[in-house]
Design a binder for this molecule. Structure first.
Ligand code: NAD
Length: 499
């Protein structure tokens, strides 16, 4: 079996811990590689080398750093198909989805080409007699990115791009389920001109994450993953004096108003609910039609669309709508949750359990399921299922639908489908969720805006990518300078003028 490595100081380095975990092709269920799980000692060594390399990189002028980003972007484009295939092989998503994963990461790298503009600081001339003030943004030093399995290219790129463009060195700890894309991206960024040691990919599990959180040199941590781990990492990082932004799980609702175009709403729900097997933090997992008539009509439109979905391996071509889930444990968990929905009295209108694909009997495939008449006390409503399962919660009025979203502990994304501008505007203003779609089911903001949830979907301050990322990955230093020529009067210094 292929043995993966870490990527330290510009080179592939074998793990020394003797601990490994298997990486699977979820479509076949076959273990295709083993990835080393680093020790705290391996991590500390990688951080020490990164700190050394960061000194020169942080002192490199921003325009030169931006040029590395430019070349990196070009290389990602050149290797798009290869990267997408790596993503799909270890994650299971379709190839178009794999390409989308790389593309949305690339778009953040493109914005990082504007680093000189983002980092140019502020200046006040004559803030007092002879006094000028200027603020500059300086890198934190060594920062860490800890990323989830579900976007093996996009999220590592969201972390690497801004952190490196700001002059930091980064320890990237990708998901142990899908490590190969990060290792390949590390090779490409070195080829683009990043000095060795500025990006270190250290593979591992909780042991290495804890070592990152306790390492005194690591000044900032950007995490993306499930809510319990996000909250844990935020607490431990903050306790150790680090800057941290930790993005967690989600339960995203889409409200469908009676005046909405129901065909468009149904198409959007199927794409946003089942795309990438529902393994997206911005997936819509709850449909909230307003009024009985809307709810009945929506189910009627959804069921045939869901039953038509094609589930298969990424190798089957563009014809497939979604692939397997990430592990056999994830498949079991999802199917158990579907059973809990049945046991708790929801109406299972499409049952995706027991799905089998000829030739792929060992793959981690789950057929699509849909529930109607779900209520907020049910497990299927409370849990982030992270699988191809859509729940319909019926609301009597717009206010009830809005309050359902407001009362949900998660606040990553939400959407409303309506033809009425006033309702849409009211929803956008009042809902307590970080990213809002109006007739748009997955409102992931473009790369020059910024991405982040509210409530239990994010811990810490500032969002991912866009202007917020440049703030997160730099510290502000403000200089107040006085030049005495500016306060001279008759050859004397006029200190009174300072009062
Ligand atoms: P996860 O929390 O299991 O793992 C994320 C990272 O944390 C991995 O690198 C993993 O190795 C590490 N980790 C896991 N357990 C740990 C522990 N006990 N201590 C320390 N580190 C640990 O998440 P996942 O299953 O890889 O990803 C899916 C989750 O990520 C979903 O909840 C999804 O909603 C969320 N997600 C959120 C966003 C967002 O921006 N809000 C984006 C993508 C995914």
């Amino acid at each position: 079996m292929k043995e993966l490595t870490h990527f330290i100081n510009g080179q592939h380095v074998k793990g020394t811990s003797g601990r490994f975990t298997e990486v699977f092709n979820p479509a076949t269920g076959e273990a295709i590689a083993k990835v080393p799980l680093a020790t705290a000692a391996e991590l500390d060594e990688a951080v020490a080398k990164a700190a050394e390399a960061q000194k020169a990189w942080g002192a490199t002028n921003p325009q030169r750093r931006a040029r590395v980003m430019m070349k990196f972007g070009a290389l990602i484009n050149e290797h798009m198909d290869e990267l997408a295939e790596l993503v799909s092989m270890e994650h299971g998503k379709t190839l178009p989805d794999g390409r989308g994963d790389v593309q949305r990461g690339l778009e953040v790298i493109e914005v990082c080409m504007g680093a000189p503009h983002m980092l140019k600081g502020e200046f006040t001339n004559d803030g007092g007699p002879g006094i000028d003030l200027y603020s500059m943004r300086q890198p934190l030093g060594v920062v860490a990115g800890i990323t989830p399995f579900n976007f093996p290219a996009m999220i590592p790129l969201w972390k690497m791009g801004p952190a490196l463009a700001c002059g930091n060195a980064m320890i990237l700890k990708p998901s142990e389920r899908c490590p190969s894309t990060s290792l390949r991206l590390a090779e490409l960024v070195i080829e683009a001109g990043l000095p060795a040691g500025v990006l270190q990919v250290v593979n591992g599990d909780k042991e290495v994450v804890d070592a990152i959180l306790d390492n005194e040199t690591v000044a900032g941590v950007g995490f993306v993953g499930s809510t319990p781990i996000a909250q844990y990492i935020y607490g431990r990082a903050a306790n150790n004096g680090k800057r941290a932004q930790c993005f967690g799980g989600a339960k995203n609702h889409m409200i469908v108003m009676p005046d909405a175009d129901l065909d468009k709403a149904a198409d959007a729900l199927v794409g946003a609910g089942f795309g990438a097997a529902g393994e997206r933090c911005m997936a819509i997992s709850v449909a909230v039609p307003v009024g009985k008539e809307t709810a009945d009509a929506l189910v009627e439109k959804l069921v045939p669309r869901i039953e038509k979905l094609k589930v298969g391996p990424y190798t089957a071509g563009d014809d497939v709508d979604y692939g397997p889930v990430i592990t056999s444990a994830a498949k079991d968990r999802i199917e158990k949750l579907v059973q809990s929905g049945v046991d708790q009295g929801a109406d299972l209108v499409v049952d995706g359990r027991g799905f089998e694909l000829q030739g792929y009997e060992d793959g981690f495939f789950v057929g699509p399921s849909m529930f109607d008449n779900v209520t907020p006390d049910m497990e299927i409503y409370k849990e982030e299922i992270f699988g191809p399962v859509l729940s319909q919660v019926r609301a009597d009025s717009y206010e009830d639908a809005l309050n359902l979203v407001i009362d949900n502990p998660y606040g990553n994304g939400t959407a409303i489908f309506t033809a009425d501008g006033d309702t849409a505007r009211d929803f956008a203003n009042r809902v307590n969720v970080g990213m809002v779609g109006i007739n748009f089911p997955i409102p992931v903001p473009l790369s020059y805006h910024t991405f982040g949830g509210w409530k239990k979907s994010a811990f810490g301050d500032l969002n991912q990518y866009g202007p917020d990322a440049f703030r997160f990955y730099t510290k502000t230093k403000t200089v107040t300078a006085r030049w005495f020529s500016g306060i001279k009067e008759g050859g004397e210094f006029n200190f009174k003028a300072m009062d």
